[in-house]
Design a protein around this ligand. Structure first.
Ligand SMILES: Nc1ncnc2c1ncn2[C@@H]1O[C@H](COP(=O)(O)OP(=O)(O)O)[C@@H](O)[C@H]1O
Ligand SMILES: [Mg+2]
Length: 309
């Protein structure tokens, strides 16, 4: 075991992103589990004084429970590398690629991993080019989470309002072909695939409300789909994680099946939600792993990425 009881673990949570509220909940659950494991837990609500806070708290290792910008995108990872404080989850580059949905696609496509067609609307141009398959489409920010700013657009008349909505959350936005089939998420823990979860939002769209309101979405673990499709999705999840180099800790690859039952990667989350009822802990539970053991596995995997200087 790398980190033993008494190690000073800083739980970095809250933060500056639009997903702050979700992160506060993840951080609280993680802090509780780390305490049960016997670590000395220091809860740090991250703001621009983070460097001073880390030093003053004499943190030995950081558990990153920050979702979204500054937390999931390589920024905080860079701060921790600079301070030589080992941290959970992927390093700087893998984090920033995974946070950027277009860069993620470029990497995945270079490995022939399927992901929906997309276009990037040109800010200067009056005419918006949409993916060749036409409607329905999904409009979303390139670097956000929790479905913030995401809309499903069924016809041209609704495109402009959807673009404006997405722009509220991110400077860069994207338009994607809508993938109509089953939604699945594949949790990967230290390079191993966990059971798949099928996601069935009650109103059809997996938006912020569907994600965080009790009873708005049904989750089926393990996903009741063909064994061959399960295996294929798990293999693609592992291949995606290898392609991005984001295998440290616990990550989640989101998928939808297309009309031909072919899995399409929607995105990769390098700091997935971590309350006891979040998806990744549910996937671990389906394999008999309780929340505290899961958090122990993740903290024991913490490290630094850059060469020592
Ligand atoms: N191309 C798509 N086709 C169908 N549904 C999509 C597509 N892209 C996103 N969605 C829906 O929107 C949700 C949020 O999109 P996602 O890309 O995962 O962003 P976020 O980072 O906000 O979770 C997905 O879980 C899915 O339900
Ligand atoms: Mg998602």
């Amino acid at each position: 075991m790398k980190f033993t009881s008494g190690t000073r673990v800083g739980v970095l949570y809250g933060g500056l992103s639009a997903e702050r509220e979700v992160s506060l909940k993840s951080g609280e659950a993680i802090g509780k589990a780390l305490q049960e494991l016997g670590f000395t837990v220091i809860m740090i609500d991250v703001d621009r004084n983070i460097v001073a806070r880390l030093k003053e708290a004499r943190v030995d290792v950081a558990y990153i429970a920050l979702h979204g910008v500054y937390g999931e995108d390589g920024s905080i990872q860079g701060v921790l590398e600079y301070l030589k404080i080992p941290y959970t989850g992927p390093g700087i580059m893998a984090s920033s690629i995974a946070m950027h949905k277009v860069m993620t696609k470029r990497v995945l496509l270079s490995y022939d991993i399927q992901t929906p067609d997309y276009t990037i609307p040109d800010i200067g141009s009056a005419e918006v080019v949409v993916p060749s398959g036409g409607y329905p489409l999904v409009v979303k920010p390139v670097a956000e989470g929790s479905s913030l700013g995401m809309s499903v657009v069924t016809d041209a008349a609704n495109l402009d309002p959807a673009l404006a909505q997405a722009r509220k959350f991110s400077r860069q936005i994207m338009i994607e072909s809508y993938v109509a089939g089953v939604e699945l998420t594949a949790a990967v823990l230290q390079g191993e695939a966990l059971p798949l979860i099928e996601i069935r939002p009650r109103d059809g769209v997996y938006d912020y409300k569907a994600k965080y309101t009790k009873g708005f979405t049904e989750y089926l673990v393990p996903a009741p789909i063909d064994e061959s499709v399960t295996r294929k999705v798990q293999e693609l999840a592992l291949a995606s994680v290898r392609a991005l180099g984001c295998g440290r800790g616990a990550v989640r690859v989101d998928f939808r099946l297309d009309m031909d039952n072919q899995p399409q990667v929607i995105e990769i989350n390098t700091v997935p939600g971590m309350t006891e009822t979040s998806l990744l802990p549910q996937a671990a539970a389906a394999e008999g792993m309780d929340f505290v053991t899961l958090i122990d596995r993740i903290i024991q995997g913490a490290g630094l990425d850059l060469a020592p200087v």
